[in-house]
Structure formats: structure tokens, C-alpha cells
Design a binder for this molecule. Structure first.
Ligand code: PAF
Length: 281
């Protein structure tokens, strides 16, 4: 397995790989890998001849006062795990390599990036769309894999690929969970014992919503109120949002029908956690 730090070197290798007729799969990450990331690598391995995992804690997707500096990093461990799980290249550029002096080009999607997490993190998806666009140009993948936990990010990236005619297949892989249902996230590391215990309510509230729908409930507000009650019973939980929206435009629904995304963002201490389910109603 190779570790590449320079954009030019990565681009050259990607070009050579494509010339050989090999299929490139990209898994973009911010590192500090957990089982969720590793499942994406293993899934990509089934489809690709050549797997690139990028590790880049992208400064432009963090807002002022967010956890850019504190974001956990462990490159040595990440590289070992990537090798063990079938990665061929780890692309790990520096900030200066991605955003050199004078950098001023950004990719912005309208509408869907202002909703859900975008309402609380107004510059987040601009940073994500910019770095993912750059990674697509640098790594030249045939497909890229993202996790369903970041449902809005996956929707934004699918839109980006369509709007800019990238011709890259986007695969969205299922959320990997701890035994109590908590979605795996690098940010779970921030949780105290009490917060970790409380955080399992996110999955339970989503399962509660699913049971309500299965029992015939179609009112979004009744489902949201029930979830809100469950979550706010936990002493360390502070809700950013609970939403039931359509899975394309992320428009809030009054009555659930079609493909419905039920999404939550809740802060537990300094960890802001997100989770979701998609229901076919
Ligand atoms: O999901 C993430 O880890 C990041 O948002 C991504 C896609 C790697 C872009 O920095």
C-alpha cells in the first residue's frame, strides 16, 4: 500500500491506473477510522481494481468555534487499517496542498445545503462540496463511497455529481452501529460516560418513529413530538433538529408518504451527533 501526499503525484498515478483500464474506487474520509469507514473500504473492494482512501481533515467544512483543531487524528493507525482492509493508496494531502496560497474557488449548492445541518452549519456543505470536487479531479475515481449516516451529505454529493456531470457513481453504504444502536462516528470519542449512555437514544428514537409508521401513523408532527420527548428525557441531550423530510429536496413533510428521511442532530456535551433512517411509506 502506498501513501501519497502530493496532488500531482496522486493525479499522475490515477491517470496511469485509468490508462491500464483499471476501475478506481474512492473513499473520502477525515481519518480516525472506525468500523463504519472500514465497511466502506470493504464494499468498494468488491467493485474496484484500485482503492484510494483519502484522509484530509478539511478546514473549510468546519465553522468558527467548531472542532477543526480538536478533530481526532491518528495517521499511523489509519494507514494500518486501510492496508488490512484492502486499500491500495492512502492519499493524505496537507492543507497547503489542497488550499495553496491564494486559493479562492468554492463549490456551492443552493437550497438543499441550507436545510437540516446546513441551517446550523451555514458554511459546512460549501466546504464539503469544494473538497469532494477537488478529490474527484485529483483521484479520478469511477465511483466513490459515502456513509448513510451523513444522509444530507450523500444527497448533496449526488446532486453535485449530477449538476457538474462528473460521471462518477456514488454508492451510499449502510450506517454501522455500536451494539446499543449508536451510529459509529469519530466524534463519539468526545462523549463522557453519561453522554455516551444518553446518546443511544438517537437510534431508539428513530426506531420508535419507524414503529409508529409501521403502526399506521402518518403525521410528521406527532412522530417528531414523540421523538423529541424521548430524546429530551436524556439529561445531556440538546436537540438541534428532528425532521421528517422528502429524501430529494429535504422539504419538511406534514403527512409522510413516499421515501421519507427522518433525521436528527443532537448535541451531547461537545459532540454534535447526527443519525437518520429512510422509510418507504
Ligand atoms: O464525511 C466526511 O468525512 C467528510 O465530510 C468528507 C466527505 C471526507 C469531506 O471532507
Amino acid at each position: 500500500m502506498r501513501i501519497i501526499k502530493q496532488v500531482q503525484q496522486m493525479q499522475k498515478l490515477a491517470k496511469q491506473t485509468r490508462t491500464k483500464g483499471l476501475k478506481i474506487g474512492l473513499i473520502p474520509t477525515m481519518g480516525f477510522l472506525h468500523e463504519g469507514h472500514l465497511s466502506l473500504i470493504r464494499l468498494a473492494r468488491k467493485e474496484a481494481d484500485f482503492i484510494v482512501v483519502s484522509i484530509f481533515v478539511n478546514p473549510t467544512q468546519f465553522g468558527p468555534g467548531e472542532d477543526y483543531q480538536a478533530y481526532p487524528r491518528d495517521l499511523q493507525r489509519d494507514c494500518r487499517l486501510i492496508g488490512q482492509n484492502g486499500g491500495d493508496v492512502v492519499f493524505v494531502p496537507s492543507s497547503e496542498e489542497i488550499y495553496p496560497e491564494g486559493y479562492c474557488t468554492f463549490v456551492e449548492l443552493e437550497g438543499i445545503t441550507r436545510k437540516l445541518c446546513g441551517a446550523f452549519r451555514p458554511t459546512h456543505f460549501r466546504g464539503v462540496a469544494t473538497v469532494v470536487t477537488k478529490l474527484f479531479y485529483i483521484v479520478k475515481p469511477h465511483f466513490a463511497v459515502f456513509g448513510q449516516k451523513d444522509a444530507q451529505q450523500a444527497i448533496v454529493i449526488k446532486r453535485l455529481v449530477k449538476d457538474l456531470n462528473f460521471g462518477i457513481k456514488i454508492i451510499v453504504a449502510p450506517t454501522v452501529r455500536e451494539s446499543d444502536g449508536l451510529a459509529m462516528s469519530s466524534r463519539n470519542l468526545y462523549l463522557s460516560e453519561q453522554e455516551r449512555e444518553d446518546a443511544s437514544v438517537l437510534y431508539k428514537s428513530l426506531q420508535g418513529a419507524k414503529s409508529m409508521v409501521e403502526a399506521g401513523e402518518r403525521s410528521a408532527s406527532r412522530i417528531i413530538v414523540t421523538m423529541e420527548k424521548m430524546i429530551s428525557e436524556k439529561p445531556t441531550a440538546q436537540i438541534d433538529y428532528i425532521a421528517a423530510v422528502d429524501d430529494q429536496q429535504l422539504e419538511p413533510l406534514e403527512q409522510l408518504s413516499g421515501e421519507v428521511l427522518i433525521a436528527v442532530a443532537v448535541r451531547f456535551g461537545r459532540a454534535r451527533l447526527i443519525d437518520n433512517i429512510i422509510l418507504s411509506v
